[in-house]
Design a protein around this ligand. Structure first.
Ligand SMILES: [Zn+2]
Length: 222
């Protein structure tokens, strides 16, 4: 069975959905985007089954998460809760200039991105690939094995063998722009009544609203 990610979203935020769909078009993961009209009733049964079978729940926050009224936000809240109850990673996606006042009580990862920056979309794809082992061409473990195997063969001829240096070099891979990849920063919200922990990912920011309490977090020592 093809592995899948469940997308919790408002169907009104179609351009945001397209962003995420483009991320998935080149991975070996399916993105499950459900629209109630197409789901046999009651929709909750199909959604529960799909979340159970998913690697993670991705939550797309956009203007329509809260705008049209309580209906959409209620379903999104329930999908997040069902995902966390099943122990699924919950990734919250939000546009950098379009924060939504929608508190997410529990999450594992918070991705802030600029949908006008192609680099950000590529970054999301890379992080999804590495976190969910979703690259279509190869599995990282296989490559590592192949390179070590190859180097071992060479070193026997040359008499020099430095596995530490080789693995170190490989793990310290750089991104397309030559900068070292910094995929995520571990954050614990500093407010006493929050203290939610999550991995902050995506576009570099100086400050952001905590996805749980929605109070401003300021990053130091970037
Ligand atoms: Zn907080």
């Amino acid at each position: 069975m093809t592995r899948q990610i469940f997308l919790s979203h408002s169907k009104e935020d179609q351009n945001l959905i397209s962003d995420i769909e483009s991320v998935f078009s080149r991975t070996n993961l399916n993105l499950i985007t459900e629209y109630f009209e197409q789901v046999p009733s009651p929709p909750s049964e199909k959604i529960k089954r799909d979340i159970k079978n998913s690697e993670a729940v991705f939550v797309l926050l956009g203007p329509s998460t809260v705008e049209p009224g309580i209906h959409t936000s209620n379903w999104i809240s329930w999908e997040i809760g069902f995902g966390t109850a099943r122990g699924k990673p919950v990734w919250v996606f939000e546009e950098v200039n379009n924060f939504v006042d929608f508190p997410v009580p529990d999450l594992t990862d918070y991705m802030i991105y600029d949908r006008n920056k192609l680099g950000d979309i590529q970054k999301i794809r890379k992080q999804v690939e590495s976190e969910f082992d979703a690259s279509p061409q190869w599995a990282p473990g296989m490559i590592l094995g192949a390179i070590i195997g190859g180097a071992l063969g060479e070193s026997m001829e040359e008499g020099g063998w430095a596995p530490g240096a080789l693995i170190g070099g490989l793990l310290g891979a750089t991104g397309a722009d030559g900068e070292p990849e910094k995929n995520a920063i571990q954050i614990t919200c500093p407010y006493e009544d929050c203290k939610q922990s999550f991995k902050l990912r995506g576009t570099p920011v100086d400050q952001f609203p905590c996805p749980t309490c929605r109070k401003q977090n300021i990053l130091q020592n970037k």
